[in-house]
Write a protein that binds this ligand. Structure first.
Ligand SMILES: C[S@@+](CC[C@H](N)C(=O)[O-])C[C@H]1O[C@@H](n2cnc3c(N)ncnc32)[C@H](O)[C@@H]1O
Length: 247
């Protein structure tokens, strides 16, 4: 499957300067000012995040890993759309499940308070936005599980999972899903974790706090401390992700 749809379905090919920026860049070059203008980063993501998602999900399909595909934290559905388009073409028998409160983040409590990077209600979106986006593209809707992970995930995950995108941004939200997803992941199945930042492996002095959620790394590292799987960092430009493959 071509993965160019990632840039054409959405306006994610954002680092190509538009006309006025190209002109401004010429002036900057002439003045020997070492900077270049590009369009701003799109909401919540980067093309690299979607590329990582594409290739990891593709691997689980190519290796015939049994189970359905789940997304914990789907927001307005852009990553869900990428997965839907891939499954339609390569594995239509797999069900796609999307989980979100659609009220944004829960109360910031305990382990997350110290980070101070998010607040309750951040990223709230009406579920209609996801359904409208799917409709516009003529795509089949995922199975939508509206509610807090703590309530939906333990009871509503499919029995067998081949691929999971874990994108809950907080320590508490990551911990609420990781044990349940891990338990149901088939051997060879992949869990991709959004906002996993490891400053020791890849220091990012200029990275905005918004994309940094130390709680996610704490939760993941804590969970995998007694597991045989390795958590691998993924380069994702302005963002940072990681993944593990279930043994
Ligand atoms: C960064 S957004 C997801 C972005 C999306 N995966 C994408 O790539 O476009 C994180 C989402 O997780 C949801 N979320 C975080 N913690 C949650 C919890 N405990 N229960 C339900 N939803 C939660 C938020 O509502 C938010 O929409």
């Amino acid at each position: 499957m071509h993965n160019t749809f990632i840039a054409t379905t959405f306006d994610w090919d954002h680092r190509t300067p538009v006309r006025w920026q190209r002109l401004a860049n010429k002036v900057l070059r002439k003045l020997k000012i070492p900077m270049m203008l590009t369009p701003p980063q799109p909401y919540l993501t980067s093309v690299e995040v979607r590329m990582n998602l594409f290739h990891l999900l593709d691997q689980t399909i190519a290796f015939g890993i049994p189970g359905d595909v789940v997304e914990l934290g789907c927001n307005e559905g852009d990553s869900t759309i990428v997965m839907r388009m891939m499954l339609d073409e390569m594995a239509p028998e797999k069900e796609l499940h999307a989980y979100d409160s659609f009220e944004g983040l829960p109360e910031i409590s305990g382990d997350d308070q110290q980070d101070g990077v998010y607040a309750k209600g951040n990223m709230a979106v009406p579920p209609d936005l996801l359904t409208a986006k799917f409709k516009k593209l003529g795509l089949k809707l995922p199975v939508i599980h509206k509610g807090w992970f703590e309530d939906t995930v333990p009871k509503q995950l499919p029995g067998k999972i081949s691929f999971a995108l874990i994108d809950g941004d907080l320590y508490s939200s990551t911990m609420a899903v990781l044990p349940h997803v891990y338990e149901r992941l088939s051997p060879g199945g992949i869990g991709m974790i959004a906002v996993y930042v490891d400053d020791e492996v890849f220091p990012r002095p200029g990275l905005q706090g918004y994309y940094k959620s130390p709680g996610v790394k704490r939760a993941v590292d804590e969970f995998f401390a007694d597991k045989p799987e390795k958590v691998n960092l993924l380069y994702s430009c302005e963002n940072s992700n990681a993944y593990f493959r279930k043994l």
